[in-house]
Write a protein that binds this ligand. Sequence first.
Ligand code: ADP
Ligand code: ASP
Ligand code: MG
Length: 430
Amino acid sequence: MARIVMKFGGTSVAGTERIRRVANIVRAQAAGGNQVAVVVSAMAGETDRLVNFCREANAIYDPAEYDVVVSSGEQVTAGLLALTLQSMGCKARSWLGWQLPLKTFSAHANARVGEIHAERLLESMDDGEIAIIPGFQGISDSDRITTMGRGGSDTSAVAVAAAIGADRCDIYTDVDGVYTTDPRIVARARKIKHIAFEEMLELASVGAKVLQTRSVSLAMKHNVPVQVLSSFIDDESPPADSLPGTMIVSEAEMAKLLEEGQVERQSVTGIAHDKNEARVVLTRVPDKPGAVADIFTPLGEAGINVDMIIQNVGRDKGETDVTFTVPQAELARAQALLEDRKGSLGFNRVITDSKVAKISVVGMGMKSHTGVAATMFKALADRGINVQAISTSEIKVSVLIDEDETELAVRVLHTAYGLDAPDEIGAAAE
Ligand code: ADP
Ligand code: ASP
Ligand code: MG
């Protein structure tokens, strides 16, 4: 007997017919003698719809009330899945965030998981009941409902898995694993059978939305075995968890697989893109010690996350341009904050551009391969794609480009790093 957490994303629960299919997958796991807890997302499109309602009600909405509204989508699917399982003769019940309770801390709308008191949940699972938990939601110190940022149900699933000491956390979605890049952009993207936590973390943080970044860091911290699988299977298919998906493994397991020749390490494992960044250029900033500190300190204090930064070579008269990126959602706030301080910071203009995209190549193999960045720049240059900013880490190179060139850039890089699947096994060719 194993204790398993199964998470189903929005497309997997989009409507009662899809929920019935999910119920079949869950029932098969429970029938195998396993203890099962299921984490569900809201139906596809539902969270966007609820977010729009909040915007319509009040453009500058209170995040605590936003959480009350947007958390409701998950509550609906949790109840519907419990009802469907009951209709099949299974014992099942829902556990809302406050009932567990799943405690969270810090900001509303972007809360982090704190403690989970899983005693009652475990008692119910010991009694043979299937537990259905709405993802994305928790409860704050002051007993108010919270949500954990977009894509947060992945994090709920991993957190529940860690809290109940699950043997596995299976993330069922609308693709059958983690690919070398978004398979919706590159038809010849390849499924990655095993990926190290560190690589997955980096890929998620630069835009591969298949897993929420925090879910990966939490899994890494608590050593939760995570597997990404497809829920889009026929009722007649073999059990979903026996189909090959992607296993997220520790560095030690990866080293073993490499040694056994089961995986091959390339310089680049995956490519991700992110269209949610915006570029800010401050022109004619005084080129003197402390100038950049004066710019970035207030942004940091306001909780605005700055990513890529470039300080251009100083111009004449001791002036320079400073370029950086912020999340698009923070752009208006960043711009207002800088304009307010124009006098003391001494720059000339703030120029912004939201029509940019960040393209990143990620791979542990970069630690030992040279020329990874050069390959990237050359491949982009060959297609006339201009690089507006660059940032690197030990296992990642990111460039900022024109948003219209996103798909082209991802495809070109996928080919340049030799990641394309041969025709016969290409995802689209199947
Ligand atoms: P869910 O609703 O199940 O949480 P998401 O839409 O959040 O699903 O994540 C799955 C989507 O992530 C896929 O449909 C795919 O388009 C996208 N995606 C982006 N990068 C990757 C990648 N490297 N591998 C697989 N899917 C990816
Ligand atoms: N429903 C939430 C969202 O769309 C959480 C999730 O699906 O993971 O972001
Ligand atoms: Mg998701």
